[in-house]
Design a protein around this ligand. Structure first.
Ligand SMILES: NC(=O)c1ccc[n+]([C@@H]2O[C@H](COP(=O)([O-])OP(=O)(O)OC[C@H]3O[C@@H](n4cnc5c(N)ncnc54)[C@H](OP(=O)(O)O)[C@@H]3O)[C@@H](O)[C@H]2O)c1
Length: 243
């Protein structure tokens, strides 16, 4: 847990369902003030009320990472209300590879717009607020499916998976992780990528039996890293992952 006098403040993008919601709820249970990013503010507010705890009131905030105005407005809101941000969890993500009616141009441009451009734009907007924290943390929710090293191994469990647009987007997100880790190294802002594991959510048509709560744990661990924790790494709950 971050050693801090005041309650840590976290922003989680895409927190209305699935893994993002579980990350928001898990952080709130640990006493973190969570700003729950929601494209639809009204439904976000309903969810925030449901997951608030006596020690940590969750606050819904409007955030569509493809809409710069919502990012800019949110930066102003956080600045005026809290003056800083301690934790940014870049969770919002989409996967369109299994939509046969979309062209590859449509799939790739929409996926990159959310998973990469939106993440970079949100990160950039939040950096001045993270710089005001004594323990800034950025967690990028990536996927082992983007690991070039693993993809080259013939005995890898996912060796037969080919999701061209999703895998390209998460590979780009991994690259952003390394770049921002370098850029922010002297500001005590740690930037890491994590893989939550194949999880039963809307994104996977609820495939398998891994729950969002299980998936959220690794993101929460990296959100609450101690000051001597790593930066510029990629990991899942079992171990470090190869890029
Ligand atoms: N599920 C898995 O097996 C798995 C494995 C590895 C990595 N991941 C990654 O984990 C993250 C969460 O996945 P999930 O399975 O929980 O997905 P999900 O159930 O489909 O939820 C996606 C969340 O992202 C939000 N979102 C989508 N586009 C957005 C945008 N432009 N701006 C802001 N929010 C947006 C959605 O909001 P709305 O409710 O408004 O649509 C929703 O809250 C993603 O980055 C995904 O790639 C998932």
């Amino acid at each position: 847990m971050i050693m801090t006098q005041s309650q840590p403040i976290a922003l989680v993008s895409g927190a209305t369902r699935g893994i993002g919601l579980a990350i928001a709820q898990g952080l709130a249970r640990k006493g973190v003030k969570v700003l729950l990013g929601a494209r639809n503010l009204q439904s976000g507010q309903k969810i925030a009320t449901e997951i608030s705890t006596p020690d940590a009131q969750v606050e819904a905030v409007e955030l569509d990472t493809t809409n710069q105005a919502t990012i800019d407005n949110l930066a102003v809101l956080i600045s005026e209300k809290y003056g800083r941000l301690d934790i940014l969890v870049n969770n919002a993500g989409i996967s369109l590879d299994f939509y046969p009616d979309l062209s590859v141009r449509e799939k790739l441009s929409r996926t990159l717009a959310t998973n990469v451009v939106g993440t970079a734009a949100l990160t950039d907007a939040m950096i001045p607020l993270l710089e005001k924290s004594a323990h800034g943390r950025i967690v990028n929710v990536s996927s082992v499916l983007a690991s070039f090293t693993s993809r080259g191994q013939t005995d890898w469990i996912y060796k037969d998976v080919a999701m061209p647009t999703y895998q390209a987007s998460k590979a780009a997100l991994n690259s952003l992780t390394l770049s921002y880790a370098k850029l922010l190294a002297d500001k005590n802002i740690k930037v890491n990528a994590i893989c939550p594991g194949l999880t039963a959510t809307d994104a996977t048509n609820h495939y398998g039996d891994r729950t969002p709560d299980q998936a959220a744990k690794i993101a929460i661990t990296y959100a609450l890293l101690e000051d001597d924790g790593p930066t510029g790494t990629f990991a899942n709950e079992d171990s470090a992952l190869s890029w």
